[in-house]
Design a binder for this molecule. Structure first.
Ligand code: PLP
Length: 387
């Protein structure tokens, strides 16, 4: 999302921090992904930004949804979304949440462990299950294969065990790691999925759903492959590795790539200091208030309003809470004259910001403001309420 004059004028007037979102960009992201992979069914990963305006927008566009908990399911049901459009993709579910999902009509669950299958069989008998395959090392900013997924041989065991428990093994999912820079990671994964499908057929179990997970990147600092380039690798891999069966049904669970570039986090400098040799800048947003992903050193593009061309120096950038973990970056280049009340933009911060935010220290996290609402009326309201 670009820092336009409109963005600047709102940012100068409104109470910070907040995330400015543009639903038009969400729509473009959805359509591009749809075009890049023929017949793919999109399950938006609600966790990345669960604001109801975004969920409603994607629902209108025809999206399905990847949900992680009872809370997310309740929210979506409350918005009138049919349970047949939801997949319970969290591999670590509370039994009561499985039961709730089942009783409300969800019949698609992820698993990567025997005990999880047993929980599903007990609380959602005969449901469809897909098995999460772990990836090896991938070039991604937020790897998701240590805690989630399991190795190929274990997945094969789980397929057989799931069938034995009376569940319907329907497919395999994987996640190449969030913000993945290597388009060939999807190829490596698909080769392994084909092996599992082939094995299952030999056991008389016909699986045909491939859940391509999330992982598609947005532009922060490093160059990224486009969604079209990733789509091409996926399409070619499907042709190459799955010619022993009818074309598999493709699901995909994008979070970051649906909303990341549709938002800007706007914050303000509340303190600058020098201690020993270190120059510190403190903002009204930090690790506990929208910038959680920086703890794994996810690097946002940072712009300081009106000082874009000023000479830079290295600062330590931190958030407002009384916790020493609340350091955004130990070292980051900022304008050397950055000072109190300067507005600081974190570009393409529409994903995993507001939903990660806490009320720690009694400090309010960023709320979301939609560009679509801004013209005139809302702009006036914002200014009156917040300044
Ligand atoms: N699917 C599952 C099961 C996830 O856990 C996640 C992210 O944590 C996603 C999809 C979305 O991934 P991304 O935001 O990288 O697209």
């Amino acid at each position: 999302m670009k820092i336009t004059e409109k963005v600047r004028s709102i940012s100068r007037k409104a109470k910070t921090p907040f995330v400015l979102m543009d639903l038009g960009i969400v729509e473009d992201n959805y359509r591009r992904l749809k075009n890049a992979i023929p017949d793919v069914r999109i399950f938006y990963a609600v966790k990345s930004n669960s604001h109801e305006r975004i969920v409603n927008k994607l629902h209108d566009l025809g999206s399905s949804f990847d949900v992680a908990s009872k809370g997310e399911i309740e929210k979506l049901l409350g918005l009138g979304i049919n349970p047949s459009m939801m997949s319970f993709g969290n591999t670590i579910k509370k039994e009561e949440d499985i039961k709730f999902a089942y009783e409300n009509g969800i019949d698609l669950f992820a698993a990567d462990a025997e005990m999880e299958l047993e929980k599903i069989a007990r609380n959602a008998p005969h449901s469809k299950v897909y098995f999460r395959l772990a990836m090896g090392e991938t070039d991604s900013d937020w790897p998701l294969s240590k805690k989630f997924g399991t190795n190929i041989e274990h997945v094969k065991d789980l397929v057989v065990y799931g069938a034995k428990l009376g569940l319907q093994p329907v497919g395999v999912s994987f996640h190449v790691g969030s913000q993945c820079y290597d388009k060939y990671s999807w190829q490596v994964a698909l080769m392994k999925v084909a092996d599992i499908f082939w094995f299952a057929r030999l056991q008389g179990i016909k699986m045909n759903i491939i859940n391509l997970g999330g992982g598609m990147p947005v532009k922060y600092i490093r160059n990224i492959p486009t969604v079209e380039e990733i789509g091409e690798v996926i399409n070619e891999s499907i042709e190459e590795y799955f010619n022993f069966m009818d074309r598999p049904t493709l699901f995909i669970e994008p979070g970051r790539s649906m909303v990341g570039n549709a938002g800007i986090l706007v914050s303000r400098v509340i303190l600058r200091s020098k201690k020993d040799m270190t120059n510190w800048v403190y903002l009204d947003a930090g690790v506990f208030h929208g910038l959680m992903e920086t703890i794994e050193d996810l690097r946002y593009k940072i712009v300081v309003d009106g000082k874009e061309d000023h000479a830079k120096r290295v600062f330590t950038l931190a958030g407002p809470t009384c916790d020493s973990v609340d350091v955004i970056y130990d070292e980051v280049e900022l304008p050397e004259d950055i000072t109190l009340n300067d507005i600081v933009y974190f570009v393409n911060a529409g994903a995993y910001t507001v939903d990660y935010s806490t009320n720690f220290n009694g400090i309010e996290g960023p709320n979301e403001i939609f560009m679509e609402d801004l013209p005139e009326v809302i702009e006036e309201e914002l200014v009156e309420e917040n300044v």
